[in-house]
Design a protein around this ligand. Structure first.
Ligand code: ZN
Length: 218
């Protein structure tokens, strides 16, 4: 082994989900996590590293790679892998064992103000997830002081738009086929009822509100 290579922090890594691979059973099986995280997510990381080796994107942080490779709406080939790495990190942390239930605090207040009820918001979220034709993502977000529902095709993610993501559900078939086959509606309902992490959504909302406040104070 070469001993003279300086230790450099790898900017791109396959982050593990913040729970064990069987922790979301029975709603998302260990087998699904083994394939979805262990194979699909890993492949996005590995392919991205190969794609950017020797290019000006090498050595940049993931979010910078995403924004630069989006290239103003004419994405470079590395955009898809970079955005998919980020989206999957965000998806794993949008769920937790014992998830579901109800949001609380500022998040609940904004939802009730903007949508009347959590159920009405989640109906809209579910519709976004079900009407995303083919592969993609459905997001709860925070935009201009309001809670919003958005959907994106393929790898496209909010970093190239003007809203802060709070929660995402992956509606690529690879997210649910092993557990739910073609039943995307059952998967999305289970995500909402049993898996969603409202804690994560609240934390992200707090950050987005603080960031907006410090921006407007400038
Ligand atoms: Zn996925």
């Amino acid at each position: 082994m070469a001993s003279s290579t300086p230790a450099v922090a790898a900017p791109l890594v396959l982050n593990p989900p913040p729970y064990s691979l069987d922790a979301l059973e029975p709603y998302m099986s260990k087998t699904t996590l083994e394939f979805h995280w262990g194979k699909h997510h890993r492949a996005y990381v590995d392919n991205l590293k190969k794609q950017i080796a020797g290019t000006e994107l090498n050595g940049l942080g993931l979010e910078e790679i995403i924004v630069k490779s989006y290239n103003g709406g004419s994405p470079l080939p590395s955009f898809n892998n970079a955005a998919q790495v980020w989206n999957h990190d965000f998806f794993w942390s949008s769920m937790k064992p014992g998830g579901g239930g109800q949001p609380v605090g500022a998040l609940l207040e904004l939802i009730e103000r903007d949508f009347d009820s959590v159920d009405a918001l989640m109906d809209e979220f579910k519709q976004a997830a079900l009407t995303q034709f083919g592969s993609g993502w459905a997001w709860l977000g925070y935009k201009n002081g309001k809670i919003v529902v958005e959907k994106t095709p393929n790898a496209v993610n909010p970093l190239v738009f003007d809203y802060d993501p709070l929660v995402v559900v992956d509606v690529w078939e690879h997210a649910y086929y092993l557990d739910y086959q073609n039943r995307r509606p059952d998967f999305v309902s289970t995500f909402i009822d049993k898996l969603i992490s409202w804690d994560a959504a609240s934390e992200r909302l707090d950050k987005a509100i603080s960031a907006a406040a410090s921006k407007s104070a400038l």
